[in-house]
Design a protein around this ligand. Structure first.
Ligand code: ZN
Length: 162
């Protein structure tokens, strides 16, 4: 089942939603937050968009994914988001990967890997861990260059300021 579900989502749709997530990441950059953006979609309907905001919200958990998950859960009146797909520009960190497992998402699509903190295989394999995820499809590498470059450019600019 997982592989047929995955194939039923056209690449063009994944790229389209990743572009929306990228737009959110650009918002984060404008606010001087680490540029990561996320959107959540269910049955072709956009349910939430969010970007990183830990600095502005004084909240270490205010990652794009967590904010998007909270918005959708509130909107649906349900803490389980079974039919939802999360698009995020950078591989979810370990905290967000844990939240994704709790939310029972159907699918996660991310752009670029995070070699320093990724929870979908780069550092730890929270997403895709056989005892945690029953039916979660994970796809990576959608608009990978754009997602990675936005993040790298942000840190380059930061370094040159000091
Ligand atoms: Zn995170």
């Amino acid at each position: 089942m997982p592989s047929s579900t995955q194939r039923s989502v056209p690449d063009a749709d994944d790229a389209h939603y990743m572009r929306l997530a990228l737009r959110e990441a650009q918002r984060a950059r404008r606010e001087n937050e680490v540029p990561v953006g996320a959107v959540i979609v269910r049955n072709g309907r956009l349910l939430a968009r969010a970007h990183n905001r830990p600095i502005h919200l004084h909240d270490p958990t205010a990652h794009a994914e967590i904010l998007a998950l909270r918005r959708v859960a509130r909107k649906l009146g349900n803490y389980r988001l079974n039919e939802c797909t999360l698009y995020v520009t950078i591989e979810p960190c370990v905290m967000c990967a844990g939240a994704i497992v709790h939310a029972r998402l159907k699918r996660v699509v991310f752009g670029a890997a995070d070699r320093k903190g990724g929870g979908a295989g780069s550092v730890l394999s929270v997403l895709g861990h056989p005892s945690l995820n029953r039916r979660l499809d994970v796809r990576s590498g959608v608009l990978e260059k754009d997602c990675a470059e936005l993040l790298a450019g942000f840190f380059r600019a930061k370094r040159s300021q000091h």
